[in-house]
Design a protein around this ligand. Structure first.
Ligand code: GTQ
Length: 351
């Protein structure tokens, strides 16, 4: 098989320009770029956004500069420098924003084609209403707003509330399918008790009626951090050192991923622990819930603290280390493995 393929310069200019004028292109000069051997070409860089020194001050300033009515969603978007800032991408498929809502403010009801989740970073009293269900936002809680589901945010407390938004916006926008519908008015809260989180509070047992009805797509909309954290601590007791203590957020009725394109998981690093994650074809974002340490992403070492956020390209080698010899560290992880699995090309490599 030939490895040196013909170049544009090898073609008569009038032929090449004629092709272009008729909206055609020869494949062979671009074939190796479109389908490189063995490893995709990646523009995404290993990246770190520091919360305390950088993101938080800028976000609080946005709170002073831009009233909520002028923002609808007051969000600073984490943009991967390798992908160009205007693309609003942390990775090729993952959008990450940090959203601020101040006491008394609300973000109006709408729905859209991209999938979204919220992961709460700081502040008490925030809530999101999804499908008429009022979902409290405590630090570390994961809240789902599936595609096409009405959602709005509010605030009953008296301090700034910040959460991380993760959306598959780059993917949905990329296929020219991204749009939003304005709800014009607030939802009626039909479920003030957040009953979907109550029903599935304990893994392994589900409400009996679940067995007699078709699988609902999104039976559980909020995953409380205190449950996830305590489950990680228990899982750590039965996981060999050096192997990742890693939990996936799933649909409790199916045991499969809880959203269509993006995957969500939580990792505990035991005191002093270093773990090499299996290398995977999916891209990922990490958000530090508790503790500090470092991430070596394709060999680039990034030092993280609580509430920092990191991005890793597809196919990256990732080694996570806990800097503390006495305290655990906890990370929330977003990846695009569900999309890759559905498209049939997700891979986990031996090394
Ligand atoms: O809160 O509904 O960061 O619609 C981007 C788009 C948040 C939201 C974002 C959104 C939202």
């Amino acid at each position: 098989m030939s490895t040196e393929l013909g170049r544009v310069e090898d073609l008569p200019p009038d032929y090449y320009n004629g092709l272009r004028s008729r909206n055609m292109m020869p494949l062979w000069p671009s074939l190796r770029a479109a389908l490189p051997f063995d490893m995709p070409s990646r523009r995404t860089k290993p990246a770190l956004w520091r919360y305390r020194q950088e993101v938080r001050p800028d976000l609080m300033r946005a709170g002073e500069l831009t009233p909520i009515e002028k923002a609808e969603r007051r969000v600073l978007v984490l943009c991967n420098p390798g992908l160009g800032l205007d693309e609003l991408k942390a990775t090729p498929t993952i959008y990450i924003g940090l959203q601020l809502i101040l006491p008394g403010e609300s973000a109006p009801n709408h729905k859209h084609t991209p999938s979204a989740v919220r992961f709460v970073v700081e502040g008490k009293g925030g809530y999101t209403v999804v499908r008429g269900e009022k979902l409290p936002m405590h630090r570390g809680d994961l809240i789902l707003t599936p595609p096409g589901m009405w959602h709005e945010h509010g605030h009953d407390g008296n301090e700034p509330v910040v959460w991380l938004d993760a959306l598959d916006l780059p993917l949905v926008y990329g296929v020219e399918a991204s749009y939003c519908v304005d709800g014009h008015k607030s939802q009626v809260i039909t479920d003030p008790l957040n009953s979907s989180a109550v029903r599935f509070a304990q893994g392994g047992v589900v409400p009996y009626a679940t067995l007699n009805r078709p699988r609902g797509d999104y039976p559980m909309l909020r995953f409380a951090w205190n449950n996830v954290r305590s489950t990680l601590v228990e899982l750590a007791r039965v996981t060999p050192l050096g192997q990742a203590v890693h939990l996936a957020y799933v649909n409790p009725e199916t045991g499969r991923e809880c959203m269509p394109t993006l995957g969500f998981s939580a990792i505990m690093l035991r005191p002093g622990e270093e773990v090499r994650l299996p290398r995977r074809s999916s891209s990922a974002v990490f958000h530090v819930v508790e503790g500090g340490g470092s991430a070596a992403i394709d060999g680039e070492v990034l030092t993280f603290e609580e509430a920092d956020t990191l991005a890793a390209p597809t196919h990256a080698t990732i080694v996570l280390s806990n800097a503390s010899k006495t305290a655990p560290a906890f990370l929330f992880m977003v990846d695009d493995a569900p999309m890759q699995r559905k498209l049939g090309f997700h891979e986990v490599f031996d090394r």
